[in-house]
Every structure is written in structure tokens, then in C-alpha cells.
Design a protein around this ligand. Structure first.
Ligand code: DQA
Length: 146
């Protein structure tokens, strides 16, 4: 099983940005943690981070052309604005899990909207970076049940 883990804008700033919401782990720490979890389960994980919406669309499409089995995505602020990301996930039809490190449902009103959610098999919020590991579990379940 091969999965792509996509992180959107400002997630490269983990460890520096708003630790009260996003904790103290860096982006590198996050990648290592997910990679180790996946390796222990025989899953091959690839990683991509960008601050640019179109690049995120390109990589969702790339997951399809590369024959990936699923996508984990934290679209950052594009969660709340991007129909292009929603359309990209609907286009590739790969099982996709939406992750948010913070509990978006307890934050500002503008964070209550998620366009991409409609195309995702699950959404995980408020579990810190462990949320990505739960997303791996969800994809394993989805792929093994398929
Ligand atoms: C986030 C929540 C978003 O509202 C915010 O814009 C982010 C990070 C999260 O992981 O909690 O950049 O997706």
C-alpha cells in the first residue's frame, strides 16, 4: 500500500507557528513520525508540502497517476476556501482523509467550513499530530475492506 501525505500552507512552520494550537513538533518531526508508523505497517508513504493551492491540486492528481492507494491531507487554510482541492479529490476518487491538528470545530466561525470534507472518507481534528496516524489507520481500513 502506498499513500501520499499532503500538507498545505504554513504547515512547514510547525514548531514555530502558534504552538498553543499546533504544538511544538516541527514539520520534520511530523514526517518522521508518520513515516515510522507507516513503515511498521508495511505502508510506503510519500510526503508533500506546499504553500500554493495549484501545487496541492497538482499533487492530488499526481497521487492518481503514480498509482497511490490513498491520500491524507491537511489543507491548512485552503480547507476553508478551496473548491479546487475538493474538485481534485473528487476527480481522482482515491480514498482521502482530512486531518487538522487543532480542534477546528472549537475555533473561529470561518474555520467551521470545509469544502474538501465532502470528498473525504473521514475527518480527524484536534488530536495533534497523532491525527495523521489515525488517518493512516482509516486508510488501511478503507483499502483492506476494498
Ligand atoms: C489546520 C487548521 C486550519 O484552520 C488552519 O488554517 C491551518 C491548520 C490544523 O491543522 O488545525 O493552517 O488545518
Amino acid at each position: 500500500m502506498k499513500i501520499l501525505v499532503i500538507n498545505g500552507p504554513n504547515l512547514n512552520m510547525l514548531g514555530i507557528r502558534e504552538p498553543e494550537h499546533y504544538g511544538r513538533e516541527t514539520y520534520e518531526d511530523l514526517i518522521q513520525k508518520i513515516d515510522a508508523y507507516c513503515a511498521s505497517r508495511g505502508i510506503e508513504a510519500a510526503f508533500y508540502q506546499s504553500n500554493h493551492e495549484g501545487d496541492l491540486v497538482d499533487h492530488i492528481q499526481e497521487a492518481y497517476f503514480a498509482g497511490m492507494d490513498g491520500i491524507i491531507i491537511n489543507p491548512g487554510a485552503y480547507t476553508h476556501t478551496s473548491i479546487a482541492l475538493l474538485d481534485a479529490v473528487n476527480a481522482v476518487k482515491l480514498p482521502t482523509v482530512e486531518v487538522h491538528i487543532s480542534a477546528v470545530e472549537t475555533r473561529e466561525d470561518f474555520r467551521q467550513v470545509s469544502f474538501i470534507r465532502a470528498a473525504c472518507i473521514a475527518t480527524i481534528t484536534g488530536q495533534g499530530t497523532d491525527g495523521y496516524l489515525r488517518a493512516v489507520d482509516q486508510l488501511m481500513e478503507a483499502c483492506n475492506g476494498a
